[in-house]
Write a protein that binds this ligand. Structure first.
Ligand code: ZN
Length: 242
């Protein structure tokens, strides 16, 4: 069984399409939230996800903001601008779909959360101490999280010890231990200085994770961001992956 795990699409349709094509045949698709925000193709991304069979999709903080579930004060000015813009772009039906997404999901051998199992919509797992504090918050062998836009694997090595962490090389299959927190990175706005879309394939039967990257047409997304008069910073960061 092959499961495509992706996160933080951020309304970047060309990046989403490239990842779906590159992943090939999969049995399930798990999306960890932030379908919209920052980028210029929110309706197209939602529509594409809704067309996929065997999709599980979570709600991220940007999705929650667009649907009015959380206050906008917690977002910086540029992110907030994109949230207002997105509200005007997406159809009522797609807004309702976003509003109905789950914050937290347990499926087979995995727990899914946008930020962390302890605080699904908000907490960033960026360091081994925060990761270690989250191992008691899920019961499955693996927990997948997004939100930080950084591909990383945290492994449990003992109570009150900071987790072991590694940044995996794309294309290399990794055998997970029975207690891991895995972040696939971001499809639409990578922040590890690699502009390619980040995602991965989880094989639950063998408990393996294969991180992957794929290049897409960054120029066309930047042009679309400018045409929509979204913040210039959202365009610039795509070419450098920050
Ligand atoms: Zn995000």
């Amino acid at each position: 069984m092959r499961i495509l795990v992706l996160s933080d699409i951020h309304a970047n349709f060309p990046a989403l399409e490239a990842a779906l094509a590159s992943a090939g045949q999969v049995d399930e698709i798990w999306c960890l939230g932030d379908v919209v925000g920052y980028g210029p193709y929110p309706d197209q991304c939602i529509q594409r996800l809704r067309s996929l069979e065997n999709l599980v999709c979570l709600m991220g903080n940007h999705d929650a903001a667009v649907t009015g579930k959380i206050a906008l004060e917690s977002f910086n000015q540029e992110a907030r601008h994109a949230i207002y813009w997105t509200r005007k772009q997406i159809s009522q039906e797609n807004k309702e779909w976003l509003a109905g997404l789950a914050e937290h999901y347990v499926i087979g051998k995995a727990t899914l959360a946008h930020g962390s199992p302890r605080s699904p919509v908000w907490e960033y797992i960026l360091d081994p101490v925060t990761a270690s504090q989250n191992f008691s918050e899920f019961d499955t062998p693996v927990c997948f999280v997004g939100h930080s836009h950084i591909p990383v694997i945290f492994t449990y090595i003992g109570e009150r010890l900071p987790a072991y962490w590694e940044i995996p090389s794309p294309g290399t299959e990794i055998e997970l231990t029975s207690r891991s927190i895995v972040n696939p990175g971001s499809i639409g706005q990578p922040r590890d200085h690699d502009p390619r879309a980040a995602f991965g394939i989880f094989e639950p039967d063998r408990l393996t994770w294969t991180p992957l990257r794929v290049a897409y047409d960054v120029d066309s997304v930047q042009s679309q961001i400018r045409a929509a008069a979204l913040p210039e910073r959202h365009a610039l960061r795509l070419s450098g992956g920050w």
